[in-house]
Design a protein around this ligand. Sequence first.
Ligand SMILES: *Cc1c(COP(=O)(O)O)cnc(C)c1O
Length: 369
Amino acid sequence: MNRPYNFSAGPAAIPAEVLELAASEMLDWHGSGMGVMEMSHRGKEFMSIYEQAEADLRELLAVPANFKILFMQGGGLAENAIVPMNLAHLGTADFVLTGSWSQKSLKEARKYVSEAHVAASAEDSNFTAIPPTSSWDLSRGASYVHLCTNETIHGVEFHELPDLKALGSDAPLVIDFSSQVASRPVDWSRVGLAFGGAQKNIGPAGLTIVVVREDLLGHALPVCPSAFDYKIVADNQSMFNTPPTWGIYVAGLTFQWLKRQREGELSGIAAMEQRNIAKAELLYRSIDQSQLYVNKVAANCRSRMNIPFFLRNEALNDAFLAGAKERGLLQLKGHKSVGGMRASIYNAMPLAGVQALVDYMHAFEQQHA
Ligand SMILES: *Cc1c(COP(=O)(O)O)cnc(C)c1O
């Protein structure tokens, strides 16, 4: 089957191999006579799916032993409340604003943190740059410092995580890696907690991944629901309440797919990173060399995953999208708050898909020159 290339920002494309395997096991998982959606989450069949998925994610992301991996529900937006409810016991938290998602995190945290402090903001540049770490105004004694490693809407990515200790803060770093997870390695020495919804780069919507350092558990505010208390979730192996079993299963298939990926000597996430660099370079180069298209993000923080771009002649937007759809290039319309176009090129997007987009963009430009 020849599927179109899907550039959706999320829920986003899932590797065809993963969907085919899930389809083939839909009615009967491994001879159990049950589909995964029909199984008890505490039965031995689902427990084996869960344990494999957890172990594979730990291996792929090289998660150290002193971090727990939690499979939760609620998505990235719920985490904007769940994180402060679990970590904000000192009353202060710092936020680095680099786009819509970190802005949303700050707004939600204000309900639970008495002093939610903006340590840095790129709003002046319309979120096209990351303020240099030397300019960050970090609080003393903050519970945590929050940032979004990849701003899905503005297309701004941290290519290196800040070393908070070196910047004079003892607070743990919290990262929203919803649209970056599994696209590159994570430097866990600089992270206290990472969270992300699965629907960008891992699997279906409904699963949220949280990776949290053990020493941060056990400080939840009294208002925190038990099902969202990281310590309770961790102590119950993510089964205090019914976890999103289907999401965990499909994520597990994606982890197996990731482990099979190779680029030269590299495998797994390191191989994906090389591929993601090549894909992003191809698209940015083509945008920068054109007269018609433009991307406004500073070169040192351009996202590898979400690439917003504009047509200098906005009157051509509809024709661009219609022509793209005819060629099997789907969901390229930009987010309504930013406009223009956006190509999301997560792990499941092959280089050939980006090449097809670049070829189309070139042909469209020639046609309208
Ligand atoms: C999509 C996204 C979210 C929101 O996820 P939901 O599952 O809709 O709550 C949060 N943060 C980032 C960076 C995202 O890309």
